[in-house]
Design a protein around this ligand. Structure first.
Ligand SMILES: NC(=O)C1=CN([C@@H]2O[C@H](COP(=O)(O)OP(=O)(O)OC[C@H]3O[C@@H](n4cnc5c(N)ncnc54)[C@H](OP(=O)(O)O)[C@@H]3O)[C@@H](O)[C@H]2O)C=CC1
Ligand SMILES: CC(=O)[C@](C)(O)C(=O)O
Ligand SMILES: [Mg+2]
Ligand SMILES: [Mg+2]
Length: 491
């Protein structure tokens, strides 16, 4: 199988990378109709499988789970997830031949094997669905001509897909139809109905392509979403320990700090997150982040280049074929870091203190979000998509670190995201060695303003504010956030 993207002409590559249209709510007026009464069979019942299935069932769709025989016989977690929630569970042979839509929600590294097992059992004219473009784009899987191939990809971890739905909302979602597999021309109608089923339509849906989804998803998760949060956690913690800050305090500041400061991002973008700092701290965070952007830009660009060229997926697939040797050793090494091993202390840290004593963390978030957004849009990915894959999703990943540190983040995210996260982290830490040598506790662990003259130069402040507010991510972000709030009261 060849990398599908690499088989396209440059013109087609650019067209597919740039495919992204923010859909308006009237386009979903048909609700779940296109899938009502159809048999939806989900393969796999893990992070996405269970939560998407629960939402779809609550929305009135007919959902059951096809699991591999071992999972049913041994009553593995996936079997318990599905059966404890009252779903019908069966083997591929029992369920797939009757399915109108087969939804593949197994880990990406299993897709070739799963699709090869499922495809011969699928009835003529049925639909095969994914939540990520990896198998189609990077592995070049070719699907039977009579089958429709769609993608409905929630832009967040599975746990949040359910939580947002229960709140009466949803998570932003990318939908796509594989241009090689839409024989009946109903792929888009089905993808739309599916997005209504998961609640995605309430938060915003982008009509995209398999190509744009996979290239932007991989980039976001490797760099700002997971990779940089891991690097930042380890470097900030080690610095505080080196400088004599109490270990319990340092551990707590990092573990909960990402979640707290990115809550500011969620509400009002980088501008609001930075505005939570005092003026002198904001200027300092700005200067640090400018420096960080200069140092890390080549690394972000390298990740984007390797994702576009297929080098990244090729090397990751080599690791899959090598029994995940890299992944498993990198996972073990993460478990051994001092940050991971130091429990959060029993100290009170107020919401404002997370900002005040975490100026470097704020600087890292700003630098990472802007760099990821810039690298994606420079490569032809549309701003809306780049926004979801950088700024929008950062708080959702930060929530997982608050729960159980880097272990929890790497457990919840896909195997593909976890691999890319370690890859970035290992390249980024050495890159920041000299930068970190200059860092002291005034920007991580203690209040920057303490003992300083609280004054700030007007001209400088105006310049900093203008640079922050005029970045393209702030412009597109304000528009997208406004449309999300506008949709909420409808629910
Ligand atoms: N993690 C996330 O939050 C996100 C994931 N995605 C995408 O969603 C898809 C699913 O990922 P995710 O939810 O993380 O996956 P999980 O690792 O959580 O899901 C594992 C499920 O797949 C089953 N499974 C594992 N191996 C096989 C196999 N060889 N054959 C059949 N079933 C198997 C497992 O069952 P068993 O008990 O048999 O092992 C289990 O039910 C991926 O394409 C991913 O990129 C998209 C957005 C976010
Ligand atoms: C959580 C999510 O959206 C990721 C990061 O893309 C993934 O887990 O693959
Ligand atoms: Mg993602
Ligand atoms: Mg992903």
């Amino acid at each position: 199988m060849a990398n599908y993207f690499n088989t396209l002409s440059l013109r087609d590559q650019l067209t597919q990378l740039g495919k992204c249209r923010f859909m308006n709510s009237e386009e979903f007026s048909g609700g779940i109709d296109a899938l009502k009464g159809k048999k939806m069979v989900i393969v796999g019942c893990g992070a996405q499988g269970l939560n998407q299935g629960l939402n779809m069932r609550d929305s009135g769709l007919d959902v059951s789970y096809a699991l591999r025989e071992g999972a049913i016989k041994e009553k593995r977690q996936s079997f318990i997830n599905a059966s404890d929630n009252g779903f019908n569970v069966g083997t591929y042979e029992e369920l797939v031949p009757h399915a109108d839509v087969v939804i593949n929600l197994t880990p990406d590294k299993q897709h070739t094997q799963v699709v090869n097992a499922v495809m011969p059992l699928m009835k003529q004219g049925a639909t095969l669905s994914y939540s990520h473009g990896f198998n189609i784009v990077e592995e070049g899987t070719q699907v039977r001509e009579d089958l429709t191939v769609i993608m409905v990809a929630p832009k967040c971890p599975g746990s949040e897909v359910r939580e947002e739905y229960k709140r009466g909302f949803g998570v932003p979602t990318l939908i796509a139809v594989h241009p090689e597999n839409d024989p009946q021309g109903h792929g888009l109608e089905q993808a739309k109905a599916y997005a209504v089923g998961t609640g995605g339509d309430r938060a915003g849906v982008l009509e995209s392509s398999f190509v744009a989804e996979v290239k932007s998803d991989l980039m976001g998760e490797q760099t700002i979403l997971c990779g940089l949060l891991q690097t930042g956690s380890i470097l900030c913690f080690d610095k505080m320990i080196e400088k004599g800050i109490d270990a319990g305090y340092a551990s707590k500041l990092i573990q909960y700090g990402w979640e707290t400061i990115t809550e500011g991002l969620k509400y009002g973008g980088i501008t609001n997150m930075m505005d939570r700092l005092s003026n002198p701290s904001k200027v300092k965070a700005f200067e640090l982040s400018e420096e960080l952007k200069e140092i890390m830009r080549p690394l972000f660009q390298k990740h984007m280049d390797d994702i576009i060229s297929g080098h990244f997926s090729k090397t990751m697939m080599e690791d899959w074929a090598n029994d995940d040797k890299n992944l498993l050793s990198w996972r073990a090494a993460t478990g051994e870091t001092a940050f991971e091993k130091t429990p959060a202390g029993d100290v009170e840290i107020s919401e404002q203190e997370f900002y005040d004593n975490g100026v470097l963390m704020v600087a890292l978030v700003r630098a990472g979000v802007e760099l990821a957004f810039e690298a994606m849009t420079d490569s032809g990915i549309i701003e809306e998509s780049a926004y979801y894959e950088s700024l929008h999703e950062t708080p959702l990943i930060a929530n997982t670190i608050a729960r159980k540190k880097l272990f929890e983040m790497n457990r919840v995210i896909s195997d593909t995201a976890e691999y890319g996260c370690y890859l970035f982290d290992h390249a980024c830490k050495p890159l920041l060695t000299d930068f970190m040598k200059k860092i002291d506790t005034d920007v991580i662990g203690k209040k920057y303003d303490e003992g300083r003259n609280n004054g700030v130069d007007n001209a400088k402040l105006i310049e900093v504010n203008a640079a922050l507010r005029n970045h393209p991510i702030e412009v597109v972000g304000a528009r997208l956030r406004a449309s999300m709030t506008a949709m909420k009261p409808i629910v």
